[in-house]
Design a binder for this molecule. Structure first.
Ligand SMILES: [Cu+2]
Length: 365
């Protein structure tokens, strides 16, 4: 019920709240141009592959690099993220910190025109940490959930949830999730408790739930949700890929500005989070779930594929609101900036529009 109330409230007050001239993500620093000019040429882009195209050895190497981030000490700005203890917490905290403002409709990185570009850069920075700090030699994998959704295979048997070669499966069944969860629970979750097997069974997440950045060690919660599967089928992606403008593509990915809670689950950005259930359903701290990064890499691949269908237009096409649920707020431009807080220099949107130019250097298989 809270989602309904919160969303109804923020839509209700939308027109009464003056849109700030620029939000925190529109702050420029000279670091941005420094980092952009550093990578002026991209000769050997690393190639991102679908999770099951990785060999078992490569999957294990990826998973142990993620666990390495969960052991390495935090480098986060402790005034902003006092609860962060590990490098994984740092990334979770960047997402939590940057998501602030969604519930009040005052800012953040969701339901805004730069949602896709912010998450594109975020995955890049995470991929860099896996490679530079944890010895991962590969590119970041993506999870194409359409393969699983189209297959008809029982969700508990999906390779991504494999206990030995994947992220592990469901959490313990919790009867009354609504009473304890940090985010309103959509129907259909089959678990909700701590993950019981796989590499993340005993890990501790120290920030979240919701907007909390204080020290709060907790397990990774999951509740696999088969009711999300119809929204993850390839026919849904095909509809998005047929979008004629950036705005329509963006709406197909994350929803319209008058997003209704009952339709949120029918949009595959949301359903790709909700299918894991548990922490993944938390709009603010969904990054507690390590699959977050494979889901968002998949969204980025779709965005790239869509851009390449009409590159001369779509490599510079941008738009959408700067402030969530504020249709009257200024439109996003290529000179607006993406703020990764302490994790990466502030970067202009135009420097992440091409995945082999500006600050980025990767490709998709
Ligand atoms: Cu996000």
């Amino acid at each position: 019920m809270r989602f309904w109330t919160v969303l109804a409230c923020l839509i209700g007050v939308a027109s009464a709240v003056p849109a700030p001239a620029a939000n925190s993500s529109a702050t420029t620093t000279t670091l941005a141009s420094t980092s952009a000019s550093k990578q002026s040429s991209c000769q050997n882009p690393i190639v991102r592959k679908e999770w099951r195209s990785l060999s078992i050895t490569q999957r294990k190497a990826y998973l142990s690099a993620v666990k390495c981030l969960m052991r390495k000490p935090s480098k986060a700005d402790k005034t902003l993220a006092p609860g962060a203890r590990t490098r994984y917490d740092d990334f979770n905290a960047v997402h939590i910190y940057s998501s602030n403002g969604l519930l009040t409709g005052t800012g953040g990185i969701h339901m805004v025109g730069f949602f896709l570009q912010w998450h594109r850069l975020f995955v890049w920075v995470y991929e860099k940490a896996l490679r530079d700090e944890c010895g991962y030699a590969g590119a970041h994998p993506y999870w194409d959930w359409t393969i699983d959704a189209d297959s008809g295979v029982n969700i508990t048997q999906w390779p991504i949830y494999d206990p030995n070669y994947g992220f592990g499966g469901n959490g313990d069944y919790i009867a009354n999730l609504n009473a304890t969860a940090s985010w309103p629970i959509v129907p259909g979750q089959t678990g909700g408790g701590c993950v019981k097997d796989g590499p993340f069974k005993d890990v501790m997440m120290n920030v979240g739930p919701g907007e909390s950045l204080t020290y709060n060690p907790h397990c990774l919660h999951r509740g696999l949700n088969p009711l999300t599967i119809p929204w993850l089928k390839s026919e849904r992606v095909a509809l998005a890929m047929a979008a004629d403008t950036y705005l329509n593509f963006d709406i197909a990915m994350q929803g319209p500005q008058n997003l209704d809670p009952t339709t949120a689950i029918t949009l595959f950005h949301t359903s790709g989070h909700y299918v894991q259930g548990g922490d993944s359903t938390d709009f603010i701290s969904s990054s507690t779930e390590p699959i977050f990064f494979l889901h968002h890499t998949h969204l980025d691949k779709m965005y790239w594929d869509w851009q390449m269908k009409n590159a001369s237009v779509r490599l510079t096409e941008i738009g959408g609101v700067r402030i969530p649920f504020h249709p009257e707020s200024a439109n996003v431009t290529l000179n607006d900036t993406l703020n990764m807080q302490w994790a990466f220099p502030t970067t202009k949107i135009k420097d992440v529009m091409h995945i082999q130019k500006g600050v980025l250097c990767y490709d998709y298989e």
